[in-house]
Structure formats: structure tokens, C-alpha cells
Design a protein around this ligand. Structure first.
Ligand code: PLP
Length: 550
């Protein structure tokens, strides 16, 4: 680890042995790529300005191929919810359709038809009312989908207020302070006051509907309920929120809708927790978003948003496109959009079917339970609760098959059915136990993240959401399809052996040796050419990890 007193740029400059290049690299060593390729011209190409003359495609490939080799291994990236593997046939479909733009309906009508079939399947999966006309669209991810869901609620609220001759300039939206940044982005980008309901550790760091109801007033456009908190994987209680809003309406006349942020959960709950009331079966849920690229099991670049009925998608958001002989409608933030992610979403629907998704959700949750139990029985406190038994009443309802919806599956005798446990995402959020911390007061939790990184694992350690005890940090593992039981066993061994190696007076960093600081971003300060202008920024307090909680 470099001391803070050493400037690596300066050291490297002094050590260079090719003065003839000095002139060319006047902007510092990072102004030019210094590639190993044998072609001299390709060996020094500008990094921050476009080269006057390009280099050969082979050399360009090699340069970027080498640079991206520094990225982490997606298989071992346990920080992210984003899926990283698809079968060969899906990869082939992607390459066959990589040059198609989804909005070019005339040119690519098949892609558009497949898109509409995806909407129909999702509407069915989420129990859109048969008598209504479900409507939706593919997006770049859940963030764009949340913007659209939020905008539709805002427009509807404004229209009602205008019609009633009331002020329509001060809309607010309510969600928990555990919300992913996309929700705050929506509020800030579209001038809606964000009313963040503080979350508490005793509620699993998620929105308490009883608290949320206190924040409602006549300017509330809606409440966003999160199905799968990014921090801990807990599901927020859509049914209770809805019941409390029904009660509020009966008392005050305020009719406040719910948007469900099912970025991860809308592709987990239908398969693993079919009894849970969270989707369009709840009449107050007007729209739902999800990420195809999370538990929808496609690569990055795909989200979905659906409205229970087209009347909830305000007409101001819909633009007509006139094509030869037909009229089509667009209601996304971006116009052009790759068709390939949508096509491979359909590939998954056909290839896996309900049963395939169910098996994967069961497996992910089983592996997550194994990790949770191993951690909890040793040196850690586990925040996530998918390994804790469900309440008696819940289990009884499941056994009797109430609300089974799509579920064809009887409860396996081995207790593998996730409904025997508390509902949530296959996520394990944990911290060092109080006993461990008391016995090893000098150990910093962030070291575990750093030491796991040396073994290849990417496990972020980040600050708990507002509302947690001061300084609470959470380590988090997202258990995805590619984290096999074999790998999980390896991970458990690595975490436990790291925790043990840090115990006692003779641990790895006890000799005054500089302990790992948690963050090393190669070239981070060089994301923009004028590095100096961005120096001196304070390190962000709430983010102590390699990766953001995405
Ligand atoms: C609950 C939640 N909402 C929204 C998002 C944003 O999703 P996307 O990355 O697909 O835009 C995430 C990402 O992790 C999330 O966990």
C-alpha cells in the first residue's frame, strides 16, 4: 500500500528511460496509452483527445482488451444484482440482433411483437386485471422505469388537482430512506419533493407503512414501495401499505396510489413467494417496475415498467409515431433502444418457463440461507432474514394453498420451499457480531472486503441507510444463479478464515503494518483529464466499498 506522501506519477516520470518520448508525453504519463503492441504507431495513442489518425483495429482491440482485463471477474462480483451469464443460444441471438433498434418498428416488426409479448407475459405473471388493459414498455433498466412510473403518478395527480381548481405545483412522493438512488433521482429530476421515511434497524431497514402514512397529504402523488431493499433484500409490506391507504381514504378522501419498485423482487416473488400479496392483485398498485437484467436473468441493459391499466399512463407521456400504414406509441425517456435484450428476455421466458425461474429462485434462496446460517453461527450478525422461519399463520396459509396463484408446487418435505421462511431477496447482509467486535476492537470491517478482494471475491462493505446506529456498516452478498453451492462453500471458508486471521493480538495487521484502507480505485482520479481540478474531495462517508449498492 502506498503511503500518502508519495506521488506515484512523479516517481514513474523520474524512472522513465526514454527521453525521446518526453515531448510526446508532455501531458503526463496518462495522456498517452503506453501499449505493448509491436506496431510503433499504435504504441502511443492519446488517451484524452481523439487521435488524428486511427490505429489498426487489431491494435485498438488489443489495447482495450488489455485495459478491461483489470476489471473484476463478473462471476465473483457479489456486489451486484445484475446477472452475468446466459446460455450460448442467447448469446447467439444477441449477436444476430445486436444491430437492431427496437424503435424502428417498420424495419424490425418481429422485435416489436416480441416486446409486446413480453409485456403480456409480465402482466399475467403480476396478475394484471383481466378486465383492464395492461400496458408497459421495455426500458434501459429499473431507473428509467421508475422515472416513468413516477411521472405517470405525477401527471395524474396534477390533472386531478387542476380539475378541482387546486394548487398543482407542489407534488411530493413518499418512500423509505433505504431507497435506491433511482428513486431520489426521479424526485430531483422531475421536481417532486422526496419525503424520505426514516428506516430503523428493528424493521430491517425498510419502510414501516405506519410511519409512511404520517407523511401523506393532498400533494402526495404516490408511495413507492420497494420489493427487495437494495441494502438488505427485505421486502416492504405492499399489502399493509395498501390497507393503511384504504383507511386514510375512508377517513380523508385522499386516494394515494402505490408504485412497486420490484427491481429485483418482481422476478423473485412470483416464483418463490406466490402467496405474497404485492402485485396488481392489490388494487392500489398502479404500476410495477423490474430489471430484466437482475433476476429476469438477462445481461445489463433491460428494465420493464407496467401499468395495471392504460388509464394510469397519462396521455401526456404517450407520443404517437406514424409509420407506413400503422400508428405506434412510444412512452420511454430514450427513443432508440437495443432490441437484443428484449429478444433474450423472451428467450428466457420460453427456455425457463415458470418452473425454470422457480427452480433458480429456490436455489438462490437455499444458497443464501446456507451462507446466512454459517455467518450467524460464527462471528457475524445477519441483518437479512430469508433464513428465519416464517410465522405460524403464514406457514399454515401456505400449506392450505391460499393465494397460490401460479404456484403448481406442493411444499417439499425437506423444507426447501422459501415460503417456510421470511420473504425477501437472496441477499445476505451482515456485520461483525458485537462479541467479535468487543474481543477485537481494532479490527475494521472494511478489511474483510479488502481481504476478500485479494481472493477474487467482490463483497462490498457500505454504510447502513440513515436511521441505523451511527457508523453501522454492512457487508452484503447478492446470491445470483452463478454463485453455485461449490462456490458458496468456498466463500464461507474464505470469510470465516479471514475473520479468524484478524483475531487476537498477532493478526495480520497487528505489527503496525498499514492496514488495508478498503478502497483502491485504479486510475480513479484520472476519470477526467484535468485531474487537479478534482483532487482534494473528501472521501464519501457512506460508501466504504469497491462498489456501490446497485
Ligand atoms: C430497489 C432498486 N431499485 C432500483 C434500482 C435501479 O435499477 P437499475 O440498475 O436497473 O436501473 C436498483 C438497483 O440495484 C434497486 O436495487
Amino acid at each position: 500500500m502506498l503511503s500518502r506522501h508519495i506521488d506515484p506519477d512523479e516517481i514513474i516520470k523520474k524512472c522513465k528511460e526514454h527521453p525521446h518520448r518526453k515531448h510526446a508525453s508532455a501531458g503526463g504519463r496518462r495522456a498517452l496509452h503506453q501499449s505493448w503492441v509491436r506496431d510503433e504507431d499504435a504504441a502511443a495513442v492519446p488517451k484524452y483527445t481523439m487521435p488524428k489518425v486511427g490505429i489498426a483495429s487489431k491494435a485498438a482491440y488489443q489495447l482495450l482488451h488489455d485495459e478491461t482485463a483489470l476489471d473484476g471477474n463478473p462471476l465473483l462480483n457479489l456486489a451486484s444484482f445484475v446477472h452475468t451469464w446466459m446460455p450460448e443460444e442467447a448469446d447467439r441471438l444477441i449477436m444476430e440482433n445486436i444491430n437492431k433498434n427496437l424503435v424502428d418498428l417498420d424495419e424490425y416488426p418481429a422485435a416489436s411483437v416480441i416486446h409486446n409479448r413480453c409485456i403480456s407475459m409480465l402482466g399475467d405473471l403480476w396478475h394484471a386485471p383481466k378486465e383492464g388493459k395492461v400496458i408497459g414498455t421495455a426500458t434501459a433498466g429499473s431507473s428509467e422505469a421508475i422515472m416513468l412510473g413516477g411521472l405517470a403518478m405525477k401527471k395524474r395527480w396534477q390533472e386531478a388537482r387542476k380539475a378541482a381548481g387546486k394548487d398543482h405545483f407542489h407534488p411530493n412522493v413518499i418512500f423509505g430512506s433505504n431507497a435506491q438512488v433511482a428513486l431520489e433521482k426521479f424526485a430531483r429530476y422531475f421536481d417532486v419533493e422526496a419525503r424520505l421515511v426514516p428506516v430503523k434497524e428493528e424493521n430491517g431497514f425498510v419502510l414501516n407503512p405506519h410511519d409512511a402514512i404520517q407523511y401523506c397529504d393532498e400533494n402526495t402523488i404516490g408511495i413507492i414501495v420497494i420489493l427487495g431493499s437494495t441494502y438488505t433484500g427485505h421486502f416492504e409490506d405492499v399489502a399493509l401499505m395498501s390497507a393503511l391507504l384504504d383507511d386514510l381514504q375512508a377517513r380523508t378522501g385522499l386516494d394515494i396510489p402505490i408504485h412497486v419498485d420490484g427491481a429485483s423482487g418482481a422476478f423473485v416473488a412470483p416464483f418463490a413467494f406466490p402467496s405474497l400479496q404485492w402485485d396488481f392483485k392489490v388494487p392500489r398498485v398502479v404500476s410495477i417496475n423490474t430489471s430484466g437484467h437482475k433476476f429476469g436473468l438477462t445481461y445489463a441493459g433491460l428494465g420493464w415498467v407496467l401499468w395495471r391499466d392504460e388509464s394510469f399512463l397519462h396521455k401526456d407521456l404517450v407520443f404517437e409515431l406514424h409509420y407506413l400504414g400503422s400508428t405506434e406509441y412510444t412512452f420511454t425517456l430514450n427513443f432508440s433502444k437495443p432490441a437484443a435484450p428484449v429478444i433474450v428476455q423472451m428467450f428466457n421466458f420460453l427456455n425457463l418457463g415458470f418452473e425454470g425461474y422457480r427452480k433458480i429462485a429456490y436455489k438462490d434462496l437455499r444458497n443464501a440461507r446456507m451462507l446466512s446460517k454459517a455467518l450467524e453461527s460464527t462471528y457475524f450478525k445477519v441483518f437479512s432474514n430469508i433464513h428465519r422461519p416464517a410465522s405460524e399463520t403464514n406457514s399454515k396459509a401456505i400449506s392450505e394453498g391460499s393465494g397460490a396463484g401460479h404456484s403448481p408446487s406442493p411444499i417439499p418435505k425437506d423444507g426447501d420451499n422459501p415460503e417456510h421462511y421470511m420473504a425477501g431477496l437472496p441477499v445476505v447482509a451482515f456485520r461483525l457480531s458485537d462479541t467479535y467486535k468487543a474481543e477485537n476492537p481494532k479490527v475494521k470491517q472494511a478489511w474483510i472486503q479488502t481481504m476478500l478482494r485479494t481472493k477474487g471475491w467482490i463483497v462490498p462493505n457500505y454504510g447502513a441507510p440513515k436511521g441505523a446506529a451511527e457508523g453501522t456498516e454492512i457487508l452484503r452478498v447478492v446470491v445470483r444463479e452463478t454463485l453455485s453451492e461449490d462456490l458458496m462453500e468456498r466463500l464461507i471458508i474464505d470469510i470465516l478464515s479471514i475473520a479468524e486471521s484478524l483475531m487476537g493480538p498477532d493478526h495480520a495487521f497487528s505489527g503496525g503494518e498499514a492496514a488495508p484502507k478498503g478502497i483502491t480505485h485504479p486510475d480513479h482520479g484520472h476519470a477526467r483529464p484535468e485531474k487537479e481540478s478534482f483532487d482534494g474531495e473528501e472521501e464519501k462517508k457512506e460508501q466504504v466499498g469497491f462498489s456501490s449498492q446497485c
